[in-house]
Design a protein around this ligand. Sequence first.
Ligand code: HAM
Length: 402
Amino acid sequence: MGDEIKYWQKLEKISREILENFACQEIRTPIIEETGLFERGIGGETQVVKKEMYTFLDKGGDSVTMRPEGTAGVVRAYIEHSFNQQQEVSKLWYMGPMFRYERPQKGRLRQFHQIGVEVFGVDSPYADAEVVTIVDRIAKGVGVEGYDVFINSLGTFDERKPYQLKLREYFAMHSNDLCIDCQGRLQKNVLRIFDCKNPTCGEIGDEAPLLLDFLSEASRRDFEIFQNMLTLAGVSYTVNPRIVRGLDYYEKNTFEFVSDKLGSQSAFAGGGRYNHLVEELGGRATPGVGFGLGCERLIMLMRECAPLATEGRSGVFVAPLSESAMLKSREILQKLRDHGLRAESPFAVKSLKSQMRQADKGNYRYVAMLGEDELARDCVMLKDLSEGTQQEIACSEILRQF
Ligand code: HAM
């Protein structure tokens, strides 16, 4: 409604151009998939899988889920269609609706849209940096600025194990002060405590040991190259060791794009590396990295940083003023459209006043009026709504005016 659609069109157009520029291929996957895909892919202990999925039994009694995110479905398609046999590295992008049963609030919807990229077949910080650069270029491309790019390394799953033990020890010392949910997370997935919005849990988390101190040489090196490449691409970033991401598949380099103009739902994009997901979902071991960008949130920022100017008048409204002028009006209308002009005409004769109102509302520049008089002389009365002038034009000359 209103100008909302213009923002979507701008975001989609610019994103497509940039994704093309980065040599990504579009992929379209189903909205509904088998529930197990998301449980295995995203992780049974995550908030998304435990509380937020739209899951139901279909008529055949199978459990299906409306996708809460794009990565799992793209991985499933990548495996099913043996992309690895056709290309060494696949860079795939998608755009579409996602569904999460969350408590709706500003910037948090139950149906929202993501633009995302998944890069398969390479475990390289150069690819990680490229993925972050795409988000940065899309955001800048639509005129958004003043955001933070937070980056972190989560290490590999193996590196995370001793860290998780340390973390569990630390949080166990404070368990009486943790909220009920975090007391559960302590046993099941201690990293998730960092996601908790409870201020006391946040304060305790602030003093917790840092994963960055537990990284191997290789992960450290990857994190360093990642940073150097971001600098090279002109992406200003901040290392933020508290970025743990809400989904279980991440390893090594991860990131979030955050803006304080968005209120509490401040992240407009996020992603990172996932080297075990393809294998986890039944494919051959293949590394991956990607991002998901929340369109609604980026559009909120576009409205603030780069509001669209109201468009000027354009095109021609053809106004038949009598029943007998209908045929000729339709003929002129078709000629104008075939000439590439935006043109409209009512399907039934209406009063001149009501047609002028319609032309004005439709933001037309010209109105071509056609009554008995004009019909007899094979001409139209052409009114320029911007200039406030009008002149008679022969029907055969009408295309020359535009
Ligand atoms: P995510 O961080 O869960 O990651 O979501 C990515 C973005 O989607 C968020 O930063 C946010 O802008 C938007 N978003 C998420 N939930 C909502 C909601 N309820 N309402 C509005 N916007 C929302 C993923 O989904 C991963 N699949 C990203 C990824 C791709 N990682 C690797 N590849």
